[in-house]
Write a protein that binds this ligand. Structure first.
Ligand SMILES: [Fe+2]
Length: 160
């Protein structure tokens, strides 16, 4: 099974701008303090119901039904470490939103040997049930923001 699969998305900038606008709105009063930030059920419903939501249109075009939405923040104070995501989801989609150039998703085998890495500049299907982390290069800017989606019908076929 592959660690990741790069998704070509003709609306990538538009979706990133949309998600960034959403992020600014929901964090204006409560700046994020941790790497992982889960949207509540009600927030997910509202986000997906927004008119002209280019993100939902893109998932619709792939036949994917969104189950959970999170965003991850990496800055001078917040980072992440090597981990496995919570089961049962295996195939998530990560969407780069802000300052993801020179930042990388990296995967490891059970002996902590690196097996894969990809710069976070395009949306990817990623395998989240094996050890992985985010690495930050010397030229990266903060805050780094990605959105992460999981689905009722996860796109496992793209990792085959
Ligand atoms: Fe993760």
């Amino acid at each position: 099974m592959k660690s990741y699969y790069i998704l070509e998305c003709s609306e990538q900038q538009r979706i990133a701008d949309f998600l960034y606008g959403y992020y600014v709105g929901i964090t204006a009063r409560h700046p994020p303090t941790k790497f992982w930030n889960h949207l509540r059920r009600e927030e997910i419903t509202n986000l997906m119901a927004m008119p002209n939501n280019p993100c939902r249109r893109w998932f619709d075009s792939m036949g994917l039904r969104v189950r959970d939405v999170s965003f991850t923040v990496f800055n001078e104070k917040i980072c992440t470490h090597t981990h496995r995501d919570e089961p049962p989801v295996i195939a998530k989609i990560n969407f780069p939103v802000l300052n993801t150039r020179d930042t990388f998703n990296v995967w490891f085998d059970e002996y902590a040997q690196e097996i894969d890495r990809v710069e976070c500049v395009k949306p990817i299907v990623l395998r989240s049930d094996i050890l992985h982390t985010v690495e930050i290069g010397n030229t990266a800017h903060f805050p780094r923001l990605q959105f992460s989606f999981c689905f009722y019908n996860e796109p496992l076929r793209l990792l085959k």
